[in-house]
Write a new protein. Structure first.
Lengths: 99, 96
């Protein structure tokens, strides 16, 4: 099964909501862009029923170049983590194809 | 930012659409993404990131109250890997 993409999501809005193709594409684009902008401004994003995008500040830690073994510090950075909501977790937990 | 704030921001850019339509669109986008994960289909959004399921192996857990052991079956959990553009934009804001 190929991955779900922005084009697939826009197509769904066109077919099921009756938006025109340009509107559908723009809404999908803004949806992801507004989430990125909020995170870039250090603002958590909470989408109830789906999950939260949180930010974590990581301090500098020692690292290594795996090829040469040389020690290089990993600089302090801010990263995004996704915490799925209860509803999403419950819905995927029992995925029918579970081995 | 909450879902309703996200809806307001998108609606402000789509003046020809009613806020109600934008609200519906956002809910349908999230439902489409949920459905993909429920069927173990990956989601790939360039510059944003990808979502997929990770398997958690069965394990023996404990009831923290009683200390009794409980068998926990394996399960799938949603996982998000931020894309390059998102990673860079968020990290650049550290120095602000």
């Amino acid at each position: 099964m190929s991955a779900l993409t922005k084009a697939d999501i826009a197509e769904m809005l066109y077919e099921e909501l009756g938006l025109n193709k340009r509107e559908a594409k723009e809404i999908v684009e803004s949806f992801f862009e507004e989430i990125r902008t909020a995170l870039e401004n250090n603002e958590q994003v909470k989408l109830s029923g789906f999950g939260n995008f949180d930010l974590r500040d990581k301090s500098t830690r020692p690292g290594r170049n795996p090829k040469t073994g040389e020690e290089i510090p990993i600089t302090a950075r801010r990263v995004v983590t996704f915490k799925p909501g209860q509803k999403l977790k419950a819905r995927v937990e029992s995925y029918a194809g579970a081995k | 930012m909450t879902k309703s704030e996200l809806i307001e921001k998108i609606a402000a850019q789509q003046e020809q659409l009613s806020p109600r339509d934008v609200e519906l669109a956002v809910k349908m986008i999230l439902e489409k993404m949920t459905q993909a994960l429920v069927h173990n289909q990956r989601i790939e959004v360039r510059g944003f990131g990808s979502f997929c399921l990770h398997f958690r192996a069965p394990r023996v857990g404990r009831n923290p109250k009683t200390g009794d052991t409980v068998e926990l079956s394996g399960k799938y959990v949603p996982y998000f890997k931020p894309g390059k553009d998102l990673r860079e934009r968020v990290n650049e804001s550290v120095n602000d």
